[in-house]
Each structure stands twice: as structure tokens, then as C-alpha cells.
Ligand binder design. Structure first.
Ligand code: GLN
Length: 545
């Protein structure tokens, strides 16, 4: 069988953080909307086996796939744009490549040969690049190469791309190079030199960029595009402008206007059709024309970093559009919350989400926040650690178990209402050992969760080691906090609710990973709706006074 899958590589030059993931996702969207079966994968040059062990300060959010891979946050963009699941195969790091080559060496697979970067590491990279392509499920595979060309650790990847072009044929492999065109305000000019140099760096490794996507804060005039084409050895129509957008969801349309799909498909010898953007544009219209707004507090400990709670923030955008509401997310640092300032910090909010997390820092602030919103009937949404904090708060203040705690924060607590899962007790390795990926959950008929999902069994993604301690379930339920979602096999509590509260839901899993433009997550949609209701009610009360 001849392999007809086409490969598009996206490399980056000049600077990091130019948004390769968004460009890759936008191009994929354009191709998908023309009927092509597309997937995107990311190859990261760092030595960690996966980003699961990386601190969010280093690397932003860790995104979890259905099959339980801990991956780069760009995979979240891929899923949100394409509405198709990614998997372990969609994110590969240098650490994983080396791990597998070294394992093969130990098993004697190289038959006494000296194991080297070329060909052994590059072969492993090439094999991994083609896994999804060889599945027969995709017409086009887009591969984003992490990092910036010229970095030492990127070299084997660029070399693998160079070789693949020969292996698969020039017409089956193209390279898009994303660069920055800086604007020098003192000179009042856009500068092309850094791009020229980074294209040259790529050429030193034997790779000629076919398309340049140029990030810029100002319109690229025609003369500059011509100059870039001439100096960088690309066709004029292959110089694509990517101007700053007010929302990442505008980028597919921007790329359509610039003809990125046309030039890419022509180079790959594929037909260019009119993309069906009806659903996408309907979402954009709702997103950009909200009828009103709500203020939601996001309580976490990485709030100064946009990327740490990426999927939560994007889920609010999807849910806001669905409700035709602008969701203003106010990031609140739990470390600085206490009983003295809680009212000041939370009373104006229409809803509060307590974020996922690990470790002790900022825990008491989260508990104070849950207490405040529970007592003041403000809609509450707890995710993973946020749900665990709700259980602790309820046990302490409603059940009167003053020392109720999680063994994560206090291993010796006499009342571990949240405890390490049984299967975790023998685990010492940190990487890839949490309870990960999609697991089933049965919903209790008549509960809020059931009414929101409108399904008896759901599947949601997880990333945790601790759980609701079943020993306390009867007491907690008798006091008014009910377990409304349970794992059918283990009985593990996946969802808690307080039926007496207008909207109080905590989930052990991560709904934010599966919210997409085409399918906003029902819990986020319902939470935003509840916030809106709270706001309307609040207004009614204040007008009556
Ligand atoms: N630290 C908690 C646990 O491991 C919560 C994890 C999370 O919020 N993702 O169970």
C-alpha cells in the first residue's frame, strides 16, 4: 500500500511564544472544513519524558488526553479547534525518543552497532512522526516542532524533517516557518532581517521553508512581502501575514483571508475547496456579541500566569458564547485569601471556580473561599483539588470535624476525608503514575449533574492521586452534601453536590479538557447560566432595597 498521507511541518524562528500551536490548529481547521481528515501532533525538544512532571510556572498547563497522556497545552488547542480527540501519539518529547532508543539498545535490537543521533535518534523521530499518518485515518498530518530553529536540541528534529522529505517525496512534505517581523518604533519600521537569518539557519540544516507565516503587530506592506519572498527563497503568495488577533478563534479566518490553505494545498498537490465555516462563524458571532456579562472568580495559585489554567479559560469562552454572555474571569490568588478579606474579594462575584492543583500552598484560602460561597449562595464549581477542598470545608464547618483534611496536605490527619487512592499507596515514581485519562462515571438520576449532562453514564478525564474517602460518605450525605457521580467499578466519588444550594458542584475530573468550540462543556455552560441567574437575582434584591 502506498502511503498517501501528506505531512506539514511547522517550525518556529526568531522568538518563542509566537503561537505555532494556534497557527497549526488554524490551518488544520481550514483543511478539516474542506473535508480533509487532519490531525496535529507536537514534538517537543526537551528531555522530560512528558510535561506531567513540569511545574506550571515552567510550562503552563499540563493537558490530559482521553488515553491518559500528560501532554503539552497546545494539544488542548488542537482539540478545541478540531473537535477530535488527540492521544499519546500526538505529543512526543526528546526524553521519550531517547528512552525508547535506549530501551531498544538494552534489548540488543541494534545488533552490536554504535548507537548515534543519526541514524538512530532521527529514525526514531521519523517513525514517531509517521505513526498517525500510517494509521490510515488521516489525509494530512501537521507536526509542530517545539522550540526555535537554531536551538541545539531542535537539530535532530530538523534533520529528521530533511530526511523525510527525501523518504516521502518533496510533494508529500512541506515546511511552514513561523517567524516574527518586529516593529521598531524609533525607526517606525517593520524589520525582516531576523526572519532572513532564521530562514538561513533552517537552510544550514538543509531545510528550505516553503511558506513563511509572519507574526506582526502591523500590516505587512506588499514591498516587504516581496522582499521576504526574494531573500528567503519562497514564492510571494507563500508569505503569509499573521497579525495580532483579539481572539485566537479569529486566526482561522485570518489565515483563510491570507490564502494559507490555498498555498499549502497547491504545494501538496491537493484540491482547494471552499471551507464550511458556518458553525465556527456562528460561534464567533455569539462570542463577539454578548448580551450581557458575568464576573467569575478563578481561585488558584498560578493565577499570574495565563497559561496555567488555559483549558479553564477557554472553556469559559465556549460556555460564554453558548450563553451569549461575556465571562470576565477574575484571577484570585488563594495564598492571599483569608477570613478577613474574603468578603471584600468575593462578594461582587457571580460565580466562583476553585481550580485544580497540587500541594499545600494556598489551600486554606481555597477552603475560606468555598465556605464563603456556600454560605452566601454564590454558584460554586470545584475542579479536582477544588472539589476536594469543598469536601474538607463541608466536613469542617457543617459536620463539625474541625481537623478534617486531605492526607496530601496533612499525612497524619485523624480525619482524612480526602485520602490517597489505594492503588497509589505503593507508587513512588512521579512521572505518569497518577490516575489518568477518561474513566466512566454513573450519574444519580434527579441530580443537578444528571439534569445538566442528560445522560446516565459519562466519561471524563482525570489526573489525581487522592480521592473522596468513602468512610465519611454517609455522614457527609446525611448533612446535605451528596455524591451524585460514582465510578461504576470502584464506587469512587466523582461528583459532589449540595442540593440546597443554588449551584454547588465539585468534580474529581477535569471537564475543561474536553470543552471545544463545537461542543462547549455542559457543566461550564450550566455554571455560566447559574452565574447569570445569580447576577439577575442580586440586581433584583438591590433594586428592591
Ligand atoms: N492534588 C490532588 C490529587 O492529586 C488534586 C489533583 C488535581 O487537582 N489535578 O488528587
Amino acid at each position: 500500500m502506498t502511503n498517501t498521507t501528506k505531512y506539514i511541518f511547522v517550525t518556529g524562528g526568531v522568538s518563542s511564544s509566537l503561537g505555532k500551536g494556534i497557527i497549526a490548529a488554524s490551518l488544520a481547521k481550514l483543511l478539516q472544513a474542506q473535508g480533509y481528515r487532519v490531525t496535529i501532533q507536537k514534538f517537543d525538544p526537551y528531555i522530560n519524558v512528558d510535561p506531567g512532571t513540569l511545574n506550571p510556572y515552567e510550562h503552563g498547563e499540563c493537558y490530559v488526553t482521553e488515553d491518559g497522556a500528560e501532554t503539552d497545552l497546545d494539544l488542548g488547542h488542537y482539540e478545541r479547534f478540531l473537535n477530535t480527540p488527540t492521544s499519546q501519539a500526538n505529543n512526543v518529547t526528546t526524553g521519550r525518543i531517547y528512552q525508547s532508543v535506549i530501551q531498544k539498545e538494552r534489548q540488543g535490537e541494534f545488533l552490536g552497532k554504535t548507537v548515534q543521533v543519526i541514524p538512530h535518534i532521527t529514525d526514531e523521530i521519523k517513525d514517531r512522526i509517521q505513526i498517525l499518518g500510517n494509521s490510515g485515518d488521516f489525509d494530512i498530518v501537521i507536526t509542530e516542532i517545539g522550540g526555535t530553529v537554531g536551538d541545539i536540541e531542535s537539530l535532530p528534529y530538523i534533520e529528521a524533517v530533511r530526511q523525510l522529505r527525501w523518504d516521502l517525496g518533496q510533494q508529500n512534505v512541506i515546511v511552514i516557518h513561523l517567524t516574527l517581523i518586529p516593529y521598531l518604533s524609533a525607526a517606525g519600521e517593520l524589520k525582516t532581517k531576523p526572519t532572513q537569518h532564521s530562514v538561513k539557519t533552517l537552510m544550514e540544516s538543509g531545510v528550505q521553508a516553503d511558506v513563511l507565516v509572519c507574526r506582526t503587530e502591523h500590516e505587512l506592506p506588499y514591498e516587504l512581502r516581496r522582499k521576504l519572498a526574494l531573500f528567503c527563497n519562497v514564492e510571494e503568495n507563500a508569505v503569509i501575514q499573521s497579525i495580532d488577533a483579539s481572539t485566537i478563534y479569529d486566526v482561522p479566518n485570518f489565515m483563510l483571508d491570507e490564502g494559507l490553505d490555498k498555498v499549502v494545498l497547491k504545494k501538496l498537490g491537493l484540491e482547494c475547496r471552499t471551507p464550511d465555516f458556518k458553525g465556527w462563524n456562528a460561534f464567533l458571532k455569539r462570542h463577539k456579541n454578548p448580551k450581557t456579562e458575568v464576573n467569575i472568580g478563578l481561585i488558584g495559585k498560578y493565577v499570574e500566569l495565563q497559561d496555567s489554567y488555559k483549558s479553564i479559560l477557554e472553556s469559559f469562552i465556549h460556555a460564554g458564547a453558548e450563553n451569549e454572555v461575556k465571562v470576565n474571569v477574575e484571577s484570585i490568588h488563594s495564598e492571599y485569601l483569608n477570613t478577613d478579606n474574603i468578603k471584600l474579594k468575593l462578594s461582587h462575584l457571580d460565580g466562583v471556580l476553585v481550580a485544580p492543583g497540587f500541594g499545600e500552598r494556598g489551600i486554606e484560602g481555597k477552603i475560606d473561599a468555598v465556605k464563603y460561597v456556600r454560605e452566601n449562595n454564590i454558584p460554586f464549581f470545584g475542579i479536582c483539588l477544588g472539589m476536594q477542598m469543598a469536601v474538607i470545608e463541608f466536613s469542617r464547618h457543617v459536620l463539625g470535624i474541625a481537623d478534617a483534611d486531605s492526607t496530601e496536605m496533612n499525612p497524619d490527619t485523624p480525619n482524612p476525608v480526602i485520602d490517597l487512592m489505594e492503588e497509589q499507596k505503593s507508587i513512588t515514581d512521579k512521572g505518569g503514575t497518577m490516575r489518568l485519562g477518561a474513566w466512566s462515571c454513573d450519574l444519580k438520576k434527579g441530580s443537578k449533574a444528571y439534569n445538566i449532562y442528560k445522560e446516565e453514564t459519562i466519561k471524563e478525564r482525570h489526573r489525581h492521586r487522592y480521592e473522596f474517602n468513602g468512610v465519611y460518605r454517609e455522614q457527609i450525605e446525611a448533612a446535605g452534601m451528596i455524591a451524585t457521580g460514582l465510578n461504576p467499578d470502584t464506587g469512587l466519588v466523582e461528583i459532589i453536590e449540595i442540593p440546597e444550594h443554588p449551584w454547588f458542584i465539585g468534580v474529581q475530573y477535569h471537564p475543561e479538557y474536553s470543552s471545544t468550540v463545537a461542543r462547549p462543556h455542559p457543566l461550564f455552560v450550566a455554571f455560566v447560566k447559574a452565574a447569570l441567574k445569580h447576577k439577575t437575582k442580586k440586581k433584583g434584591v438591590s433594586m428592591a432595597q
